[in-house]
Design a protein around this ligand. Structure first.
Ligand SMILES: [Zn+2]
Length: 242
């Protein structure tokens, strides 16, 4: 069933999302679908989260669908058109630029579902924080997931540069790797896989930085925004929370 056919006058995906969000705030979120696809009834059963916990649950359930080979989003031209006039993403993901971690695929989502920012090694800068701020302040996303991944080349470069400073690149790339050195230093204090430890230390640091960003502190204190850290396994496709 196409949701659009049940709501006269609804002409675009954003309008439908806005209406759905309003209905959800009224306590009826479980009763309505979100994706409003005319081609997949399964997508219609996905609800649009309005809370941090709901957004996190939907992301993790999407990753489970991927692992089970039961994805719902084929990403068709029809889906593009439905979101052409506006966006109302239900979550943000700040990921690594690595080509093997495409966020929408990792969480089985579609056009318009997730507000995504990616930099190599999940390294923050002021414009990057500004992008994430926009997602919260303008788009009201209730969740920010910082998604690192195992075997991250940027993290490895920092750990290796710590062992041998001659390996630290110069120029802008050097600045990127340098931003990961504090996490690499903290990882040296741990036994086991230093690269995995550096990744975790860095993701936790990014989460802390975002939580301490003044513009985000209010929504976090009010319980309307949550920042979580997670790791993606390149071999299995699984996302695990820190
Ligand atoms: Zn990476």
């Amino acid at each position: 069933m196409d949701f659009e056919s049940t709501v006269p006058g609804m002409t675009n995906a954003q309008t439908r999302r806005t209406v759905l969000r309003g209905i959800a705030l009224g306590g009826l979120s479980a009763a309505v679908g979100a994706c409003a696809s005319g081609t997949s009834t399964a997508q219609e059963h996905l609800t649009t989260p309005t809370t941090p916990d709901g957004a996190l649950q939907r992301l993790l359930e999407g990753n489970k669908r991927l692992l089970a080979n039961q994805t719902l989003h084929p990403q068709t031209l029809d889906d593009i058109r439905k979101h052409a006039t506006g966006q109302a993403p239900y979550a943000q993901v700040f990921g690594c630029a690595d080509s093997r971690v495409p966020v929408e695929a990792v969480f089985d989502e579609d056009f318009g579902d997730v507000f995504v920012t990616r930099t190599a090694g999940n390294v923050l800068s002021d414009p990057t924080i500004g992008t994430i701020e926009y997602g919260v302040l303008a788009l009201q996303t209730p969740l920010i997931m910082v998604l690192g991944h195992q075997n991250c080349g940027a993290v490895k470069a920092a750990v290796d540069a710590l062992k041998d400073p001659a390996k630290l690149p110069t120029g802008p790339l050097g600045a990127l790797v340098s931003a990961l050195l504090p996490a690499a230093r903290r990882a040296k204090e741990h036994s086991g896989d230093i690269y995995a430890a550096a990744l975790e230390a860095h993701v936790r640091s990014v989460v802390t930085t975002l939580q301490g960003t003044p513009s985000l502190a209010g929504p976090i204190a009010a319980g309307t925004l949550r920042v979580v850290g997670a790791s993606y396994d390149l071999s299995t496709g699984k996302v695990s929370l820190y």
